[in-house]
Design a protein around this ligand. Structure first.
Ligand SMILES: Nc1nc2c(c(=O)[nH]1)N[C@H]1C(S)=C(S)[C@@H](COP(=O)(O)OP(=O)(O)OC[C@H]3O[C@@H](n4cnc5c(N)ncnc54)[C@H](O)[C@@H]3O)O[C@H]1N2
Ligand code: MOO
Length: 536
């Protein structure tokens, strides 16, 4: 998988990311985990000017040289300086009330915290205040506010120097930095309003099937709500990708090809779901087999049938542009209507795709044997799926999309129009099985780690633990089984639901994937098993 996806790292370009509270709040997902493309130099000092670290008095150390408890130094109180004020010069023999963050006035070289002054609190600024004898009985000039100090002060005390955090021209953040709260804060603090970040891996996610419809529409007999588009879109976003989800509500290979052709120029990777097993109408196999995708069987359950490869995809003449809308389909949209849902939309600039090839470009490279789960013993090319004992879980109907906005569907050009153009592009393609649990487990086993690695997201892997299985379980011989389970506080893991791959509700009620190696046919209660936490 790493090898198949390696070109994605090589072809990554940067894009500008606006930095402002308004931009961030308008589209928070755009910021999560973004990676700085280049070293960023500080355009200004931080702090940008010398300022006070304490609420107190700005003084000249020289005025306080002789101060002692027995012989305090009394000085006249100058104008107050608050954070946000400009600084006026401090005259000798005066002390200016100064607040934390306020600029240190020229002439002052130290701050005495208010608690160390006499009186130890700020006095009303109104003229005529003379401490009213309250704290400084030595005040002798009615109408002239004064303050006393009982010890000398070292120059620089409680002054935050300009540039003490970072100086102009220093490296503010290095290339590859993940932009989190502190990083975005310090960028803003220097006044920057835009930085270059690595463009996310752009994934075209195509959930397929004559039967799938969007939640919120009315289902005809035999139809189901499309849960895979939602599950996998969110899984991809979690892996650092930008997703354009375009369901293909058809078993017609041309309908799928139209979708691929319309979007291929805009994405780095295509992931399809469904249409890969042994049926009479396997739309993904039919469409992508001739274009360079290999269909294999992995000795894993769920997730047996898989497809992968580098496909040469004809491009539509009028490829949708960066204005790609987010979309939810109209009820009962007739196949092969196309609807796009874009999650984590890109910032405006989409650069020219680098992978577009001339019509006579070399045939797709072979991508065999690239699929290998991060677990042992998956080489046997046989599949032993558990029988689908029950009809599809009704839980799929309860899932409602969390996508941000709605707009109109994108037009899909007719297949013959695109072939006239003759241009193609080559893209890595992954074809996941359609059963909802199979699709998610396949993603976890083969795809998530590789994509998170490309996105420089840490950790790449799920947290792995050994847990004691709570009750006995059987597993088919020669098949690596991935069950769903719940790890309790006592370190045991209870299996949730059966092994069948339609049990999405069971998956949603789990916090771990339970790995049963291909050579294990039976586990007794208390036996140790490897689990991957899926609740982080
Ligand atoms: N004769 C055989 N039949 C099947 C085999 C096999 O080896 N021989 N493999 C089984 C296994 S294992 C799996 S997994 C599935 C994979 O099938 P497909 O990838 O072709 O997926 P579909 O047939 O399109 O759908 C399977 C199942 O999932 C439901 N589905 C599909 N898309 C969605 C969606 N977007 N949201 C919710 N549910 C969806 C679909 O309605 C089917 O029930 O093949 C087995 N059969
Ligand atoms: O392998 Mo299928 O993916 O069991 O359900």
């Amino acid at each position: 998988m790493d090898a198949l996806l390696a070109p994605l790292a090589a072809n990554r370009v940067s894009e500008p990311l606006p930095i402002s509270a308004a931009a961030l709040l308008a589209n928070p997902t755009e910021y999560r985990g973004r990676i700085l493309a280049d070293h960023l130099l500080a355009p200004a000092d931080l702090p940008t000017f010398d300022n006070s670290q304490m609420d107190g008095y700005a003084v000249s150390w020289f005025d306080l040289v002789t101060a002692s408890p027995d012989d305090p130094v009394r000085v006249t109180i100058a104008d107050q300086i608050a954070a946000g004020d400009g600084a006026t010069t401090l005259l000798p023999g005066t002390a200016a009330p100064i607040m934390t963050g306020a600029p240190v006035p020229p002439g002052a070289d130290a701050i005495v915290p208010i608690e160390q002054a006499l009186p130890p609190h700020f006095q009303p600024a109104a003229p005529g205040n003379t401490d009213e004898g309250e704290s400084d009985p030595r005040a002798d000039a009615p109408g002239t506010p004064t303050v006393s100090f009982i010890e000398p002060v070292t120059p620089g005390t409680f002054i935050r120097r300009a540039g003490s955090d970072v100086s102009t021209g220093d490296v503010l953040l290095t290339a590859g930095s993940v932009l989190g709260p502190a990083q975005l804060g310090v960028i803003t603090g220097t006044g920057l309003t835009e930085v270059d970040v690595l463009r996310r891996i752009r994934v075209l996610l195509v959930s397929t099937g004559h039967e799938i419809r969007d939640a919120g529409t009315t289902l005809a007999a035999g139809q189901i709500f499309d849960s895979n588009s939602i599950s996998l879109s969110l899984a991809l976003v979690d892996a650092g990708c930008e997703v354009t989800a375009v369901p293909c509500r058809s078993d017609d290979a041309d309908a799928l090809l139209s979708i691929l052709s319309a979007h291929a120029a805009e994405v780095d990777l295509i992931i399809t779901i469904g249409g890969v097993s042994a049926g009479a109408r396997e739309v993904v196999r039919d469409a992508l087999g001739p274009l360079g995708v290999d269909f294999v069987k992995v000795a894993m359950q769920p997730g047996g049938p898989q497809g992968l490869g580098v496909a040469t995809i004809p491009l539509s003449p009028a490829t949708p542009t960066a204005s790609r809308p987010a979309f939810t389909s109209t009820p009962d949209a007739a196949p092969p209507s196309e609807a796009t849902t874009t999650i984590a939309p890109a910032t405006p600039s989409l650069s020219t795709p680098t992978k577009t090839s001339a019509p006579d470009a070399a045939p797709p490279s072979e991508a065999t044997a690239a699929i290998s789960p991060a677990t042992p013993s998956l080489s046997t090319p046989t599949e032993t799926p558990a029988p689908d004992a029950a009809p599809p879980s009704e839980a799929t109907a309860a899932i409602s999309p969390a996508t941000p906005s709605l707009s109109t569907p994108t037009e899909t050009p007719a297949p013959d129009a695109r072939t006239e153009l003759g241009a193609t592009t080559t893209l890595p393609v992954l074809c996941l099985p359609g059963n909802p649990v199979s699709a998610l487990v396949s993603f976890e086993m083969f795809v998530r780690h590789a994509l998170r690695k490309l996105a420089l997201l840490e950790p790449n892997d799920r947290i792995r633990e050994v847990a004691m299985i709570a009750s006995a379980a059987d597993s088919p011989s020669g098949t690596y089984q991935v069950r769903r389970g719940f790890v309790g506080d006592d370190g045991t893991v209870a299996l949730i639901g059966g092994p069948s791959s339609h049990l999405l509700h069971s998956y949603a009620s789990s916090n771990a994937l339970v790995h049963i190696p291909a050579d294990v046919e039976h586990l007794d209660a208390g036996d140790p098993v490897m689990v991957w936490r899926i609740d982080d």
